[in-house]
Design a protein around this ligand. Structure first.
Ligand SMILES: [Zn+2]
Length: 350
């Protein structure tokens, strides 16, 4: 579902400005100014300029006009904050030249991010399943709607029909961090909400779930980090991508600022992975994600029950002797190759 032409043009120029910024963020490194780095410049010049621009954008869908207006606002903040730093002002002129002299991309970063997210989730699920996993065949439509807050969510249809991934676009609320993390956000939607089996929480979408929005965020974080680190195309931007990913993860898992459920689920997965290793942790997590919440007899609400079992298993594990600990992980490694792997792993930990 497309946005109206005016808002679409705004989204396109935000992506254009941020794409050039991500590719050239290093030119704003500022060893000469104490307490200032390129991220501070994003915070002080780019994000506030977008906010100000978005509150009262020119009423046109002419991208050239919109771009000039936005750049003027960014430049204004540069001059205000760094008037005595000619090197920085020069860097801004170089950046501005690039923005104005390269075509605005189509398809946009939104399309690319969606494609990356979907592909990573498909690859990931295919790793654990030798048979064709039905969840990967769901049809999805991307709906972009205007709002005053930018966020991404899903309306999954697990028993037929078309699932939706909804990007609500806040014209004055689309910051650089959101832009950089978009592929990760899509990856999370596909991994946790679209490709996963029927999860109990889908009956009550207003609640953040420990498993999909906590435990599986940990899994996605780890997988996505490996993806950006191993991609030579991202070498130049890698440290910035890592910086903004970390900042996002911190915002949802922080004990004070984050969401309680997301934080608890993420933390449990992290501890579990530290003990059994990332590979085994990924395998178990994906197997769980591929099972409906009521598919294992004796384990109603499978995913919640699994987290409960892990929560009780961890203190027991820490009390074990070194040999016993080794045996426990060894048994788990064997159990995952069992006829009924999930049942065996759960029984082992109970
Ligand atoms: Zn989610």
């Amino acid at each position: 579902m497309p946005l109206d032409p005016e808002r679409q043009a705004i989204l396109d120029i935000y992506c254009h400005v941020f794409e050039k910024l991500l590719g050239h963020l290093n030119i704003f490194e500022t060893p000469s100014i104490i307490d200032c780095d390129c991220y501070a410049i994003v915070r002080e010049c780019f994000d506030p300029a977008v906010k100000e621009f978005g509150k009262n954008p020119p009423l046109t869908n002419d991208k050239g006009v919109l771009l000039q207006d936005l750049l003027k606002k960014i430049e204004g903040l540069f001059s205000f904050n760094y008037s005595s730093h000619n090197d920085l002002l020069d860097s801004f002129q170089r950046y501005k030249y690039l923005v104005l002299n390269t075509p605005i991309l189509s398809p946009t970063w939104i399309d690319n991010s969606q494609e990356i997210g979907e592909r990573l989730s498909c690859q990931f699920y295919s790793q654990v399943s030798s048979q064709k996993y039905q969840g990967l065949e769901r049809s999805v439509t991307i709906v972009i709607t205007p709002s005053n807050k930018t966020f991404i969510s899903s309306v999954p249809q697990k028993s037929g029909g078309i699932s939706e991934i909804c990007l609500t676009f806040g014209v004055a609320d689309f910051d650089f961090k959101t832009y950089v993390n978009l592929p990760f956000y899509f990856f999370h939607e596909y991994l946790s909400h679209i490709h996963s089996a029927s999860l109990f929480n889908e009956c009550n979408l207003t609640q953040t779930s420990l498993f999909e929005d906590g435990w599986l965020i940990y899994i996605a974080h780890h997988k996505y980090e490996n993806y950006i680190r191993s991609n030579p195309e991202f070498a130049e931007e890698l440290s910035h991508k890592e910086h903004y990913l970390k900042s996002y993860i911190y915002s949802i898992t922080d004990r004070e600022k984050g969401n309680n459920h997301a934080q608890k689920g993420y933390e449990l997965a992290e501890r579990f992975a530290q003990i059994v290793g990332e590979e085994l942790c990924h395998k178990i997590s994906l197997l769980l994600a591929m099972h409906d919440y009521d598919s294992l007899p004796g384990y109603s609400f499978l995913h919640t029950k699994f987290l409960f079992i892990v929560n009780n298993w961890l203190p027991r594990y820490f009390k074990m002797g070194e040999d016993e600990k080794k045996d426990e992980v060894e048994l788990m490694t064997l159990a995952i190759d069992d006829q009924e792997p999930l049942k065996s792993v759960l029984e082992l930990m109970e």
